[in-house]
Write a protein that binds this ligand. Structure first.
Ligand code: ATP
Length: 261
């Protein structure tokens, strides 16, 4: 459990004493045990931890797709755990989401894939859509690829198209679930650098669930490590190997290699 809570006006997301378990009483599996943390506005936060530690559960709680057993999940200053369906739907408009596979439509060009949320959710003219997409293509180094189909793109380009699409409705918060799955370490690093540059330029809040250690750690403003229902928060990756908790030091040794020496 951690209590590193920032002032509300600087906070995009806040978990307060959140418990989440699954299963019947006799076989109850406690995944999050009174977890508290804040995600600062306009920064990049990484959530890391071993398999099955609850990283995806946290993303689903943020999106209101799961409700906690107890505790509060605040987006800005609104507690979403008590919201009805309609309010939650409106709330989700504030989010952009980028999942593992980027979920592109194979039969649509890059341009049409990126235009999809604008066509479905806005009344922008074709001209406005074209100019908005041109700006995003440039930011994500995709200019010149707009008429290609997903099958013609490299893995890294697909991820960039996925982010371009997630950014079209100008979200305040972008959630990434293992966004570099399938990429080699060099490409992973490049993609994260581009993602963090884009986040800094546009100013949204990024929450990244990732196994890519240490590549992403050195780029993040905040790192949340999840371990057996508890979490630890670091603003500087160099502090991880210096933790007073033996389990965290062990984690640092096993995944951060020489950095932990
Ligand atoms: N809907 C659900 N019903 C029952 N158990 C669930 C459900 N969702 C998650 N869990 C359990 O909660 C635990 C955490 O799952 P979660 O998917 O958040 O892990 P993770 O940290 O994202 O792991 P990975 O890195 O392998 O994706 C797991 O034990 C999982 O089986």
């Amino acid at each position: 459990m951690s209590t590193a809570i920032a002032p509300a006006n600087e906070t995009a997301i806040q978990f307060v004493d959140v418990c989440k378990s699954f299963g019947e009483r006799s076989r109850r599996h406690l995944v999050l045990d009174r977890v508290s943390f804040s995600v600062p506005k306009g920064k990049t936060t990484v959530i890391a931890g071993g398999s099955g530690q609850g990283k995806s559960v946290i993303l689903k709680l943020i999106l209101g797709l799961l409700r906690p057993d107890s505790g509060q999940v605040l987006i800005g200053e609104k507690d979403i755990t008590t919201m009805g369906y309609k309010a939650l739907q409106e709330q989700r408009m504030r989010f952009g989401v980028l999942f593992q596979g980027a979920a592109l439509f194979d039969s649509l060009t890059v341009f049409e894939n990126i235009a999809l949320p604008l066509r479905e959710r806005t009344r922008l003219s074709d001209q406005e859509i074209r100019s908005r997409i041109a700006a995003t293509l440039e930011q994500l180094e995709l200019t010149g690829h707009e008429e290609k189909f997903p099958a013609q793109l490299s893995g890294g380009m697909k991820k960039r198209v996925g982010l371009a699409r997630a950014l079209q409705l100008e979200p305040e918060i972008v959630l990434f679930d293992e966004p570099t799955t399938g990429l080699d370490p060099v490409m992973t690093r490049e993609i994260y650098e581009l993602f963090v540059r884009t986040q800094q330029r546009l100013g949204y809040t990024a929450v990244i669930v990732s196994h890519d250690i240490p590549q992403i750690f050195t780029l993040a403003d905040q790192i949340i490590l999840l371990n057996k229902g508890e979490l630890d928060i670091f603003s500087d990756p160099a502090q991880i190997p210096l933790s007073t908790k033996p389990k965290i030091r062990e984690f640092a040794r096993s995944v951060m290699g020489q950095q932990a020496a």
